[in-house]
Ligand binder design. Structure first.
Ligand SMILES: Cc1ncc(COP(=O)(O)O)c(C=O)c1O
Length: 459
């Protein structure tokens, strides 16, 4: 391409505004086309840009610049197609227009909801909302920095003190996000000289943390203490630190961890124990103190008590609680804490107020457990498969095939019940399910109605 002398001169004299959206005449338009083409040609000469960049190794071939050719994107698209094949609307990212509790509002419709973690109904509780608003008025909407520097507010330390005291350990550290707590703490604490032995049903955040750490990773079959012990015995002398990671309550199956036996392993071998209480704090144990209270294990028998603030505590964030020297070390060294802005004052205040409510009365914990037991009882009477669910507010209804679970979820949604399907790869193939999170606020009528609907649709 070549610019005419005239057009070059015009551009030089700024007679042609090359950025103008509305060239005043065809001559200018032609000039502009030529200019654009020449700039492009020059650019192409300087750095050749192939139209595609094919990666090929073995049976794997994809175009690096064409995302739809990636194997992982194709697998994802197949999942999306599965929903479409069922002839139902996408159940994900529906807009909840009100507080999500035992009920929610979607597309203007009031629904019974089993899809949120508002176990004790504290999200939406007037005093929790009030405290969050007060914190905004006092401290603003952001910590404005890492807590290590100028982000620290009184409410952060109050929450950490309250959490440590409630759990029954010396100290705690609060992070801005629950998932990130596992990733950054496990990722930071372990290194390539260490070993992590974890339950195969561990949450994604645990696995991500383990991968990040570079430690050797060995999963054991779900809740299989004997296998866990075998792995410890075979490996404990070969690594600097050995960390056992389990959850208090498992969020796919709704069962609990055999903490008493695991604590016995910790006494027998020089290993550390890490317990994720995302779904067990506030939900199990007579006063909601979680798996230690439920299993009769002393809090000091676990090295890392990890938990989230987004479930029973009606906020957002995560924590690690344990011995003071551990918490002090993590506080000054964990990348996801040091190099990240802290939890917002409003979120800290909401969790603190929820914790105060929980400590002042266990009535909702009792109601939550009674509701979950009632749901399980009714489901079993209806001949439903609830897997190993027991003593937690999580009840899966196992349907089997993915399409069946997707269609049932859609049918329930249309009849006023909000519950999501879980299917492969989130759960094993042929184990697709609807997962129900109970709340202390669900009524018996709501539960009866739900079970009746499932029974009818399955029939
Ligand atoms: C066991 C477990 N750990 C950690 C998390 C992450 O917590 P958050 O959602 O608060 O980031 C979850 C979330 O559901 C969870 O189930």
């Amino acid at each position: 391409m070549r610019l005419t002398a005239l057009s070059k001169e015009m551009i030089a004299n700024k007679k042609v505004d090359v950025m103008s959206a509305n060239p005043s005449n065809t001559a200018q338009l032609e000039d502009r086309r030529q200019l654009a083409a020449s700039v492009l040609a020059r650019k192409n000469r300087q750095s050749p840009r192939p139209e595609s960049a094919i990666y090929s190794a073995g049976s794997k071939t994809f175009d690096v610049r064409n995302f739809s050719t990636y194997p992982e994107v194709k697998a994802f698209n197949q999942q999306v197609a599965l929903i479409a094949e069922c002839g139902v609307a996408n159940p994900y990212f529906r807009i909840n227009e009100t507080i999500t509790g035992h009920r929610t509002q979607i597309e203007g419709n009031d629904l019974i909801s089993y899809s949120g973690y508002n176990y004790l109904g504290y999200s939406g509780e007037p005093s929790v909302r009030e405290k969050a608003k007060e914190a905004i008025d006092l401290f603003g909407t952001s910590p404005s920095a890492s807590r290590l520097v100028t982000g620290e507010k009184p409410v952060h330390q109050q929450l950490e003190k309250a959490l440590a005291s409630f759990i029954g350990v010396e100290s705690s550290l609060v992070f801005a996000n629950g998932h990130a707590t596992n990733v950054t703490v496990i990722g930071h604490f372990l290194n390539s000289d260490d070993l992590v032995i974890y339950d195969e049903l561990s949450h994604n955040s645990v696995i991500e943390g383990c991968i990040l750490s570079g430690a050797r990773r060995i999963p054991f079959s779900h809740n299989d203490v004997r296998r866990c012990e075998q792995l410890i015995a075979e490996n404990v002398d070969r690594y600097q630190k050995v960390l056992i990671v389990v959850e208090g309550a498992y969020s796919m199956d709704g069962d609990v961890s055999p903490l008493k036996q695991l604590a016995a392993l910790r006494r027998k071998y020089p290993v550390l124990l890490y317990v994720d209480e995302a779904h067990s704090l506030g939900t199990i144990g007579r006063t909601g103190r979680g798996i230690s209270e439920y299993a009769g294990v002393k809090p000091e028998e676990v090295d890392f008590w990890m938990g989230t603030l987004s479930k029973s505590l009606a906020s957002n964030g995560g924590y690690i609680a344990g011995k003071r020297e551990l918490i002090d070390y993590l506080k000054y060294t964990t990348p996801g804490f040091v190099y990240s802005a802290g939890i917002t004052p409003a979120n800290a205040a909401a969790a603190l107020e929820s914790l105060r409510l929980l400590e002042s009365s266990s009535e909702r914990v009792a109601r939550l457990n009674a509701n979950a037991d009632y749901f399980r009882e009714k489901a079993l009477q209806a001949g439903l498969d609830i897997g190993p669910s027991r003593d937690t507010p999580i009840v899966p209804v196992i349907i089997g095939d993915s399409k069946g679970a997707i269609k049932l979820s859609d049918a329930l949604y249309k009849a006023g019940v909000n519950v999501h399907p879980m299917f492969h790869p989130v759960v094993p193939p042929e184990q697709a399910r609807l997962r129900f999170f109970l709340s202390s606020e669900h009524t018996r009528e709501e539960i009866d109605y739900t079970i009746e609907l499932i029974k009818r649709y399955i029939a």
